[in-house]
Design a protein around this ligand. Structure first.
Ligand code: UDP
Length: 345
């Protein structure tokens, strides 16, 4: 991988910043394309502090036609080997309220990237998809053959983009595609310098717990304790963001080989379920803080349990998650306590 160059769309965001660190550590360079809609330019300084130089920035909006020519020119000039595509809107609840915005950002951003990579003759994309494409499939561990069927507009944009990229690889053998279905990314870089910095009140469990632990939010609501699970609360497959980022490097490594297949799909998960109550208890131990919570009604659209079979990624990519729940909590806490307001001063 040494010496390879990749476009990273959304590279200043939570997952993107960790992907950049792993790329630089692997001897690669990255051109981040980000509009900072849900990220901070400070993340790029922090990436350099952790991993050294190797990341450059193009501040641009992939979904804005006014930026398209500039993006294509910059990508051509960069002479990349391919791209990791993470840019997009990602809040499930918001997507239900504003579906057209979700479609009109996530899809056109991908069209622009495809055009830019064609112009640069670098037809390779590792796409940030999500286990949400499995919809309400209630059969874990879920493997890549599991039935798809997203249950909200955000999930459908992920599913449509996967399918579109698959069509592209079928139509033109020069394209190499890897759809990565993330389970629940949590934690932060062990340096405490980069991590998740959600806009407004977090929707996801870990950032919510972390903000309760640090005193920014008073109390966590546990959405339902009457599910048919071991303690009645929802079970998910939490994966450390550094493991997840390493999965992208493994996928790029796989796709850039001469004999790489056209389109592939992999689950990136740890392969085991953790309940909400187990996550709270582990975070409490790691932070040594009280985490007040109350049992609340189930959240609409939630399923009882989902966790990955990560066997295919292990087999083909030689990748597997190595970090524990304790690592996830300790690292998430180091980031949150060191940066109580995220990247804001
Ligand atoms: N959850 C919760 N309280 C919260 C946020 C989430 O009890 O404030 C639960 C949620 O019902 C689910 C789990 O935590 O069982 C993970 O939720 P998250 O939104 O992080 O991920 P997703 O449901 O999208 O997998």
């Amino acid at each position: 991988m040494t010496g390879k160059r990749f476009i990273v769309t959304g590279g200043a965001g939570y997952i993107g910043s960790h992907v950049c660190v792993e790329l630089v550590k692997a001897g690669c360079q990255a051109l981040v394309i980000d509009n900072f809609a849900n990220s901070s330019p400070k993340a790029l300084d922090r990436i350099a502090e952790i991993a050294g130089e190797g990341v450059t920035l193009l501040k641009a909006d992939l979904a804005d036609p006014a930026d398209e020519a500039r993006i294509i020119d910059a990508v051509k000039a960069y002479k990349p080997d391919g791209a990791v595509h993470l840019a997009g809107l990602k809040a499930v609840g918001e997507s239900v309220v504003e579906p057209v915005r979700y479609y009109s950002v996530n899809l056109p951003a991908t069209f622009t990237l495809i055009r830019a990579l064609e112009a640069a003759n670098a037809r390779l994309i590792v796409f940030s998809s999500s286990a949400t494409v499995y919809g309400d499939l209630n059969q874990s561990p879920v493997d890549e053959k599991g039935a798809t069927g997203a249950t909200n507009p955000y999930g459908r944009t992920k599913f449509f983009i996967e399918e579109m990229l698959n069509d592209l690889a079928r139509a033109d053998a020069r394209w190499k595609i890897c759809n990565l279905r993330y389970f629940n990314p949590v934690g932060a870089h062990p340096s405490g310098k980069i991590g998740e910095d959600p806009n407004g009140v977090p929707n996801n469990l870990f950032p919510f717990i972390a903000q309760v632990a640090v005193g920014r939010l008073p109390k966590l609501k546990v959405f339902g304790n009457d599910y048919p699970t071991r303690d009645g609360t929802g079970i998910r497959d939490y994966i450390h963001v550094v493991d997840l980022a390493a999965g992208h490097v493994a996928a790029l490594n796989y796709l850039t080989r001469e004999e790489a297949p056209g389109a592939v799909v992999y689950n990136l998960g740890a392969g085991r379920g953790i309940s909400v109550l187990e996550a709270i208890a582990a975070f409490k131990r790691a932070s040594n803080r009280d985490i007040p919570f109350e049992i609340a009604p189930r959240r609409e659209g939630d399923i009882a349990e989902i966790y990955a079979s990560p066997d295919k990624a292990n087999r083909d990519l030689g990748w597997k998650a190595t970090k524990t729940l304790e690592d996830m909590c300790a690292d998430h806490w180091r980031w949150q306590s060191g940066n109580p307001n995220g990247y804001r001063d």
